[in-house]
Design a protein around this ligand. Sequence first.
Ligand code: GDP
Ligand code: CA
Length: 315
Amino acid sequence: MSVVALAGGVGAARFLKGLVRVVPADALTLIVNTGDDREFYGVHVAPDLDIVTYTLAGAIDPEKGYGLAGDTFQVVDTLAGYGHEAWFRLGDRDFAACLHRTLRLRDGIGLSRITDEIRRAQGLEIPLLPMSEAACPTYVRLSDGSSVHFEEYLARDGAPDDVTGVDLSAAEAADPAPGVLDAIAGADTILVCPSNPVVSIGPILALRGLKAAIAASGAPVVGVSPIIGGAPVKGPADRLLRGLGVEVSARGVAGFYRDWMHGFVIDERDAALAADVEALGLRCKVVDTLMRDVGVSESLARTTLTLADQIRGLA
Ligand code: GDP
Ligand code: CA
């Protein structure tokens, strides 16, 4: 069995904590969004790669959901004292990991290999692939006509509501990282984590050849709704979906994914939407998807794999 999971940051990491209990490390490949990557303080920050790595390695700051537990903030605080903008909170040990990434990139080493170095240093067994080695910044378009980098939109501006669209043109022009298309081609099951559909999964899907590779793989594609009861559990998915004209609901996300997805797991609070999801052409399962603890994540992971098996059985 070979499982590929498409992942963003916090929502993905919560789900993956359960999935790694169910799928052996050598049968699992994670493909992680890099649309949020940006240089801060002279270092290459890769928020989603680091959130997934730190979470699965058990090193994440559990309160924040990003950064390393027990990290200090002397570098950014000192920089702020010199008058630098310091709205992006990057801990000191986190900074060192990003500095390592930056120095290696400067030596001409690819992001995939560096990502592997960082996950090994964290003691993580599961292979983690950046979606691309090219810069793929996601920009959010706002009603005043401006475009801001996603991290500026989220961390600096507090995710305002006046979104009119997203600019994924960099991802659209980029090739997937080495190993990504091969992993998809060899996958028996493709899972889509409960991540932000617009700015976490959207950039991965936008890469050159990605959707075609998914279709060609013939593997069942099963997702989990990041929207429960008409709202995201956390983060700005509601504002981004609305900005694209997509209904903020499990049904809306199912419609957004329906062209390339076969099964969708929605929350029991949204049981009334299951028939609508099936009417969109997706096989639907209804379970508890609010991942309060890793037990829920594990059971949710099992549900996605069972649904994939059922879809495979139907084919
Ligand atoms: P980010 O890059 O850190 O924003 O993380 P992701 O894109 O991976 O995930 C963000 C999405 O995860 C949000 O839309 C949340 O609603 C969703 N999410 C977070 N926790 C949960 C949960 O426990 N259950 C479900 N179903 N979705 C969740
Ligand atoms: Ca992210």
